[in-house]
Design a protein around this ligand. Sequence first.
Ligand code: EPZ
Length: 430
Amino acid sequence: MEKYVIKGGSPLVGEVEIGGAKNAALAILAAACLTDDVVVIDNVPDASDTNAMMDAMRSIGVFVEKTGRHSVKINASQITGKVIDTEEIKKIRASYYLIGALLGKYNQADVVLPGGCFIGLRPIDQHIKGFTALGADVRIEHGIIHAKAEKLRASHIYLDVVSVGATINIMLAACMAEGKTIIENAAREPHVVDLANFLNSMGANIRGAGTDVIRVNGVQRLHGTEYTIIPDQIEAGTFMFAAAATRGDVTVKNVIPKHLESISAKLKEMGCEVEESDDAVRVVSTKRLNPTHVKTLPYPGFPTDMQPQVTVLLGNAGGISIVTESIFENRFKYVDELTRMGANIKVEGTVAIVDGVERYTGAEIVAPDLRAGAALVVAGLMADGITVVDNIKYIERGYEDFELKLQDLGAKIDKVDTDKEVQKFRLKYA
Ligand code: EPZ
């Protein structure tokens, strides 16, 4: 199994180019199924989750051609089956966007229950509530969600929790439903806005994305489009934190600084310099980080997808920090791994009390999920000695060329397959 092997202690210096937003891409790929015309999407990250989504779409007869590493041409006019139950689709969370898309287009969808990172219970009751409000009958049988409607009709839906997935799924199902659907307490994440912009470029009529009330005026049909996905907020944030963690100086390019405000604000509190320009953010860190408190919240709050990364940094800060995870109830699993590297962190339910230690020491650790995996790599970059991070398939779900981008910034990191290669790396940097 592939692993990352890292020799810590090198400050990251230079420039890094951020790719397209994985979580926007997953929604937009599904949305492309809503039309029979050709759709061309650019800036699709080459990550295993987006590739799994495209494979799942192919398995039901959607024509999906990669015309370049980040460009995809899609034609969903020949969908043959509406039952989606493939191995690929079971692995990823976003497979449930195909329910919204197929229900919206054909008034029927049968999709296996989604997989994804195990970071909490992750119920889908709000998705079901939305589909039901639009007139669908929804059943779960033998692990498959069946949704069917005579005709979808607009509705006024108040979400009980702010859910990115439910907001997106309801938008997908509602854009060709008759009348005006109103989604209240909607998620405001950048990828919700990106999906709305994409759907509008296909002829949908969606207003208010980016606020907590989204209005979807149903249209009769959607047409083809060409669209470029926004930069990935979390990939950008991970590199910003990696720069801060290693006392580095990194310019993170091709970003939307507005999407990074909560991340930049935390770095400033921790004593880093953050300089913003039109489409780049430079992070400079010269001293030990200050402790601070962090609570994850829906956008524009501090993202839960950056929680493991901030905790890793605070684990070396000069004092005690408190990190509260308010979105997912099981997102501190990586703390056990960090403890093996010398961290002093106590987790009580969804709160971590982080007592900063002087330094981490390299160890053999395992990535428990995508973002925690990336955070553990950052811990390896900070540590004395050599760290081996196993299970990197999780990291590859959402980060394209992670180790290559880090290498370009001066990190000593390699992807290896065998213990022999680990040994070789150890000898090289002994
Ligand atoms: C999306 O997951 C992202 N995934 C996650 O990114 C991200 O962590 C999360 O949003 C929060 O920002 C994708 O976009 C594919 P939610 P999602 O519905 O949509 C509860 C990553 O690392 N809830 O906004 O599944 C839920 O339990 C991944 O890239 C319900 O109670 O998250 C959670 O507590 C990990 N009922 C909260 O809402 C529902 O029906 C927010 O979840 C739906 C959600």
